[in-house]
Design a protein around this ligand. Structure first.
Ligand code: BGC
Length: 751
């Protein structure tokens, strides 16, 4: 080795050595220098075996390092709404680990805030807590589009709309990466169901990919510079997404210029040659499927089999070099090799963020002058329903969190009500599980959703004794707060089964489970003041109970401070401001993914509804739904006025301004939503598409001016014939308001 090379190597080793985490409290060195010289010098020192050790797992949640060159392992953790509990190097949960963490409201709750700055705060909590636990990558955000309300993982995802998803994800990614922890946006791409997720082939048009399923990924790559992305389990149009020549090589890495690391989902690599050639940079999880706690890491597709393929000359070593360069770059940009100071865990500030996201993410959907509950006399409130006492943090699949604490709905209500109200509780219904019912009946019927009218008997059973007890207290109460909805699986079934919110399972339908509908019927018969609070990653069928309740709040899974936020809304300490990030139709069969396309399909799933996902479909077909995309009530009222449009920057941008006035008596947030509609498109286009939004705080009688600037690109559609984004000369209407069906301000512009 010549002396210059020796010197260079010494410098590199010293600087890597100095990168051992120092105990400083700042977030300094935020933009570490990425030196391609250092990367190249290191690469030259590596044997093929060493290179390969970097590109596959070395334990359940680490990928390999090279001790000889002082290159540490990369340590990863789920995500997406809290740092997951500790696994050892195997797969079982580590006993007595110090892993209690902040449990944030889940992704769909974050999206319901429509508050971009909360995305950033949320990401900062995760980044800081991940760093404190020595994790270099947090496996989130989950940014798959919500195509059907039955997807068991919708609670982790953000929205049916690509723009809302993208905008909320930017802050999340920036917040995580500010701490030197890599975000890992997942699951790339078209992973829109859990049924048969490891093999299903999503048949989706190029236009739908570009207009619906890819944009949020493109945004986190180009606007948030995400350092890693997770490839999904499924195939897309015939090839596995984790090693997809067109999607990973051509689009993600070439067209978008992604310079980070594509990590597989756990066991989503299926072929050595494809993974080598088509862009998988790190293979995780493969052998865990075969042997839970003693996997053979040399057996990974990107370990010994890759070595053989390269040694035989079938694949060039240069493809591995590209992966290694990306991995070293991620190491240098992140806490793996750069000092970002120390993270913090379970701080009051983190809990405050959890509270704020819940306050702004819980949605008031119906209110017939009953909320907020304010009374000078002492009234009795009956809180009824199992979900009022249930804790959700530790369930649902890979997103499970060992929460430091979790305030249930009942605890929140008791705390906020103090002694001003008498609070009585009754469980009303109980979750139960019969493996046989689910295995034999329900799981199979999930495959027939096009004509899924099979009764899900197992989840409909009620407990008459619990109903009677609940009715007895409801009769005497001034108000009934029913707290029900979905859960994450059953006791003892952490990963969830059948019809519940969980990884690896989709719901069968949206019917209320465990006899809750019967219970609600009884409650609304004996008490006229019933307020329904539903938890869960989707809605439930509403037609049989919604007309009989005075108010309906959708609480999602609102995190460790969810009970506090809910109670603050119920009693008027917080003015609700959440807006639906998805459409709430009554039945899953109303959704185009079921009525036009397929869900969950068989070996293949046809996305025949194409670009008409969510409100794009309902608005275009003029189908009214119980609660439209963007809807959410407040305790005050707002008026939109004075919409003005103008062009700026040589006609390349359209400037839209308007005024919003709080016309009521209570301060609160309103979300201004800007939609676009092309007047005479030459191809079929959705009637409206969300283009911008902004959340504003207004004191009573206050007026604020808001401004949006849209680039002309926002008016384009993806032309399937030319494979390009195309702008048509036409008249376009801009629609402004506070939901997809309430846009009182409209202006036409020529483009
Ligand atoms: C999930 C991923 C998760 C990974 C690691 C997989 O089963 O699909 O979202 O990050 O496990 O836990």
């Amino acid at each position: 080795m010549n002396s210059l090379r020796c010197f260079l190597l010494l410098m590199i080793m010293t600087s890597f050595y100095n990168c051992e985490r120092k105990a400083t409290s700042s977030m300094k060195d935020k933009s570490p220098e990425i030196s391609s010289e250092k990367i190249e010098a290191l690469l030259t020192q590596m044997t093929l075996k060493e290179k390969l050790s970097l590109i596959h797992a070395s334990s359940s949640f680490t990928s390999g390092g090279i001790p000889r060159l002082n290159i540490p392992e990369i340590s990863m953790s789920d995500g997406p709404h809290g740092v997951r509990y500790e696994h050892g190097r195997g797969w079982s949960r580590l006993e007595n680990a110090d892993d209690q963490a902040t449990y944030l409201p889940t992704g769909i709750t974050l999206a319901s805030t429509w508050n971009k700055s909360l995305g950033l705060q949320y990401g900062r909590v995760l980044g800081s807590e991940a760093k404190e636990r020595n994790k270099n990558i947090i496996l989130g955000p989950g940014i798959n589009i919500i195509r059907s309300p039955l997807n068991g993982r919708n609670f982790e995802y953000l929205s049916e709309d690509p723009y809302l998803t993208a905008q909320m994800a930017i802050g999340y990614v920036n917040g995580v990466q500010e701490h030197g922890v890599a975000a890992c946006a997942k699951h790339f791409v078209a992973n829109n169901q859990e049924t048969n997720r490891s093999n299903v082939d999503a048949l989706v048009s190029n236009r739908a990919l570009h207009e619906i399923y890819l944009p949020a990924f493109k945004t986190v790559v180009q606007d948030a510079h995400v350092w890693s992305i997770m490839g999904s389990y499924n195939k897309v149009n015939g090839q596995f997404a984790t090693h997809h020549e067109y999607l990973v090589n051509s689009i993600l890495k070439n067209d978008w210029g992604f310079d980070g690391v594509l990590i597989s989902d756990w066991a989503s690599v299926k072929d050595t040659k494809e993974a080598l050639l088509y862009g998988t940079d790190i293979e995780m999880g493969t052998e865990l499927v075969k042997s839970f706690n003693n996997p053979d890491y040399d057996g990974f597709y990107l370990a010994n089999p890759a070595e053989k393929m390269i040694e035989s000359g079938e694949v060039e070593e240069s493809v591995v070099d590209d992966k290694v360069r990306r991995i070293l770059k991620l190491m240098m940009r992140s806490t793996v090799l750069t000092d970002y100071g120390q993270g913090e865990r379970n701080t009051e500030e983190h809990q405050k963020t959890a509270l704020q996201v819940a306050q702004e993410g819980i949605i008031l959907l119906k209110n017939e002058q009953i909320l907020p509950i304010i009374s000078a006399e002492k009234k009795t409130i009956a809180v009824i329903g199992h979900n009022a006492i249930r804790k959700f943090a530790s369930r649902g699949g890979s997103s499970q969190v060992n929460a430091l604490y979790e305030i249930s709905a009942l605890e929140g209500i008791q705390k906020i009500a103090g002694d001003k109200y008498e609070i009585v509780f009754s469980e009303g219904y109980e979750p139960y599980f019969d493996e046989n019912d689910f295995r034999k009946e329900n799981v199979q019927t999930a495959a027939q959703t096009k004509v899924n009218n099979v009764k899900v008997a197992a989840s409909k059973k009620s407990n008459q004794k619990l109903i009677q007890d609940a009715v007895a207290i409801a009769k005497k109460a001034d108000y009934v707060i029913f707290v029900g909805g979905w859960i994450h699986g059953f006791d003892g079934y952490a990963w969830g089964e059948g019809t519940f919110d969980s990884e690896a399972r989709d719901k069968v339908n949206l019917k209320l489970t465990f006899g809750q509908e019967e219970l609600l019927q009884e409650l609304t018969t004996v008490n006229r003041n019933v307020i329904s609070v539903i938890y869960g990653g989707s809605q439930v069928e509403m037609k049989n109970w919604l007309p009989n309740v005075k108010a309906y709040i959708h609480a999602w899974y609102p995190g460790m401070e969810g009970g506090t936020a809910l109670a603050q809304i119920l009693f008027g300490d917080v003015n609700p401001s959440g807006k639906l990030p998805v459409t709430f139709a009554n039945s899953h069969m109303d959704y185009p993914s079921h009525s036009i396309g397929e869900f969950p399909g068989g070996d293949e799933v046809k996305y025949t509804e194409d670009i008409f996902v969510g409100y794009r479909y309902f608005a275009s077909k003029n189908i009214s739904v119980p609660f439209a995309f963007g809807h959410g009530l407040s305790y005050t009222s707002f008026a939109f006025s004075n919409m003005v449009t103008s062009t700026v920057d040589n006609d390349n941008e359209i400037r839209v301004t308007c005024e919003i006035t709080n016309t009521g008596d209570m301060a609160g947030y309103e979300v201004a939503q800007l939609y676009m509609s092309q007047n005479k498109p030459s191809v079929v286009r959705p009637k409206i598409e969300l283009k911008e939004f902004s959340k504003v705080w207004l004191e009573p009688k206050e007026t604020k001016k808001i401004e949006f600037v849209l680039h002309k690109d926002a008016f384009k559609y993806f032309d399937a014939n030319t494979n390009t984004w195309t702008l048509e000369k036409d008249m376009y209407t801009l629609l402004l308001g506070n939901s997809s069906v309430n846009t009182p301000l409209q202006k036409s512009i020529k483009i």
